[in-house]
Write a protein that binds this ligand. Structure first.
Ligand SMILES: CSC[C@H]1O[C@H](OP(=O)(O)O)[C@H](O)[C@@H]1O
Ligand SMILES: Nc1ncnc2[nH]cnc12
Ligand SMILES: [Fe+2]
Length: 619
């Protein structure tokens, strides 16, 4: 099985005939290795030859400005796949360095590869003097350890060199993880680049504004919106006479910028490594990369899902969400962010009931379906199960047009056969919350009594029950041959032994604290809601050594992330396909049978408020 990220998995396979120009898989080249790399860097698993567009436009109508603009240089959809690949495969650094008695924190991730013109890498990775270098300098040991350009970036460098007629020896990359990351006004005019350096800058991922102003006259300005796949080449006196910046931008998703440069002397290598790798460790993305790597190595394709994903469109992702978002994922304990798909926006939504637990992240699958992600307890787990703003969460998702919710939850097992690490798909709930959570959208003289006989949408339940992951036990109506009952308790303390045994005597299979009122509110909002539970412990009914602790819940959850991601990839593909066949429509229009209050008695304010989740009922 070839190596795939979640995005790549959702892209059409070679067998999918509907794709006009898919990224063809490249014959398997080994990863690049070097003593200076923190881990081997994968080769490009796809061939970009058919996705390079070398036509450019020259912009030199302002004084001292000379820019070649390629819009785009790499076709849009291929550029997003490349973004995902580089974000996951490269070692990224958040460099901090001392300057003027303070610590400067670089507001973006960076990484750099290359060596200045005085040195070259020999076949064994050692550095030798460049015989073509005309200086009489004798190669001294570098203070830093230069890193050779890995094969994935060498391929890109060759495309760029061919299109520009220039030669480069460095790839310096910036990763702006979201709109809070930025770079202030500067110019790339270091002496070690020589006079009038040529710098090629390639954008991948989210679009960002690129601002330029003249050094001598700041009223002379130029700006452009750099979209994924675009490349600008700054030449001539551009660096000497102009400054450029990427300002912060609210709600922007991730963007990678690759600059190709040519350093002439050794000082260039020292400088680039000091400011873009630093002396710290590469954090965050190394960990994520490992997770995705091992996940994709073990990947077993769901053939059905593979053949039915839609062709990705050849258009840039919009910087703001204009489409509706049909599918949402709610992450529970231990599942606070959704990194496997590229985020395209972060939305702060306010509802008539207030704000949700966290900003809602929007990502898109390869076929372009937007997916919303919301962390139930907040990104830092700051809401207890009793204080989660459930109404705000469901209302915010509904306002985006969400039809299907896939809700994840960490649960205790109440049955011997459900071991920690197993997944459970509940079909029934017993409410053991204490009435302190607002559990209905209907108030203020607008009364509704909806049937909660089926707390989960049977269509979504069926989809969840249809996916299987090798080595993972899933307990469901199908495997157990009966209803699967979840107890939802108030908490925050876990149950007493007497309670735990009582729940077992009631036929409880699993226990959590957060299914309610979430599933009830989803029903009121006519959203098809299903829950995927991950068993983390045996609660306290079994014997004294087995008493549940948060540490245990977190540890099991951490070990389970890979299974959650695998299930999620399959579920998203199935739900996406299901949308075209009516999945997510089952509860539509159902609420009209539940409203008890006569229309004339409902206040205008109450109608307006409820229209946020049920638009059109009284319009
Ligand atoms: C952290 S242990 C108890 C906590 O875990 C579950 O959270 P979630 O359902 O959001 O995964 C359980 O419901 C409790 O809120
Ligand atoms: N034993 C337990 N009881 C309630 N909620 C839980 N979430 C995870 N384990 C749990
Ligand atoms: Fe720059």
């Amino acid at each position: 099985m070839s190596k795939r990220t979640l995005d790549a998995f959702l892209l059409p396979s070679k067998r999918c005939k509907r794709s006009s120009s898919p990224l063809l898989e490249q014959s398997s080249e080994s990863p690049s290795t070097h003593d200076s790399y923190p881990f081997p860097i994968s080769a490009l698993p796809f061939n970009l030859d058919a996705h390079i567009l070398p036509a450019s436009k020259r912009i030199n109508n302002l004084k001292d400005l000379d820019i070649l603009s390629f819009t785009p240089f790499i076709q849009r959809s291929a550029s997003h796949t490349l973004f995902e690949f580089l974000r996951n495969e490269l070692p990224w650094y958040r460099v901090e360095y001392p300057a003027h008695n303070r610590i400067v924190k670089t507001p973006r991730f960076t990484t750099v590869f290359g060596i200045d013109d005085t040195g070259i890498f020999a076949g064994d990775g050692s550095i030798v003097e460049n015989p073509r270098f005309y200086s009489t300098q004798i190669l001294k040991v570098y203070k830093c350890t230069p890193r050779p350009i890995p094969s994935c970036l060498l391929r890109l460098k060759r495309y760029v060199e061919k299109a520009t007629g220039e030669k480069f020896n460095f790839c310096l990359l910036n990763y702006y993880k979201d709109g809070d990351d930025s770079i202030s006004y500067h110019s790339d005019d270091e002496k070690f680049l020589g006079k009038n350096p040529c710098i090629a800058s390639l954008t991948l991922g989210e679009s960002r504004e690129f601002l330029m102003k003249h050094k001598g006259d700041s009223s002379v300005k130029w700006k452009t919106n750099l979209v994924s796949g675009d490349m600008i080449v700054m030449r001539g006196t551009t660096q000497a006479r102009w400054l450029h910046s990427i300002p912060k931008r609210k709600f922007a998703g991730g963007r990678i910028n690759i600059t190709f440069r040519k350093a002439i002397v050794r000082g260039g290598t020292e400088n680039y490594n000091q400011y873009n790798i630093g002396s710290g460790n590469c954090k965050v993305f190394k960990i994520m990369r490992k997770l995705i790597y091992s996940l994709s190595m073990e990947w077993k394709a769901d053939e059905d899902a593979m053949l039915n994903v839609l062709t990705p469109e050849e258009k840039p992702l919009p910087s703001h969400i204009i489409d509706t978002v049909p599918i949402a994922v709610i992450g529970g304990s231990g599942f606070y962010s959704f990194d496997a798909l590229t985020p395209v926006a972060k939305l702060e939504i306010s509802t008539p009931w207030g704000s949700p637990s966290s900003p809602i992240t929007i990502a898109k699958t390869a076929s372009g379906t937007p997916i919303a992600f919301l962390a139930r307890h907040g990104p830092g787990h700051t809401f207890s199960p009793s204080t989660v703003p459930y109404r705000e969460n469901i209302a915010a998702l509904k306002s985006l047009g969400v039809k299907i919710i896939l809700a994840f939850s960490a649960v205790g097992s109440l049955q011997e056969e459900i071991s920690p690490g197993d997944f459970v798909v509940p079909t029934q709930v017993i409410d053991r919350t204490k009435g302190i959570r607002p559990s209905s959208f209907f108030e203020d003289g607008l009364i509704s009594h909806v049937s909660f006989a089926d707390p989960f949408c049977s269509d979504v339940e069926e989809v969840i029950d249809s996916v299987r992951v090798d080595g993972l036990k899933i307990h469901s109506k199908k495997t157990l041959g009966r209803e699967v009952t979840l107890i939802c308790m108030e908490g925050p303390a876990f149950s007493t032994r007497a309670e735990s045994n009582l729940y077992r005597s009631w036929g409880g299979d699993a226990i959590n604290m957060s299914c309610l009122p979430e599933s009830k509110l989803a029903l009121e909002a006519e959203i098809s809601y299903g829950m995927i539970c991950m068993a983390t412990d045996y609660d306290c009914w079994r014997d004294s050594e087995d008493i549940v602790t948060v540490d245990e819940v977190t540890a099991v959850m951490t070990g389970n992330v890979m299974n959650a991601m695998k299930i999620l990839a399959l579920l998203l593909a199935k739900c996406e396909r299901g949308l075209t066949k009516g999945l997510g429509e089952k509860r539509k229009g159902q609420m009209k049978f539940s409203i008890a209050t006569k229309s004339d008695f409902i206040s205008k304010a109450a109608k307006e408020k409820i229209a946020f989740i049920l638009p059109g009922y009284w319009s």
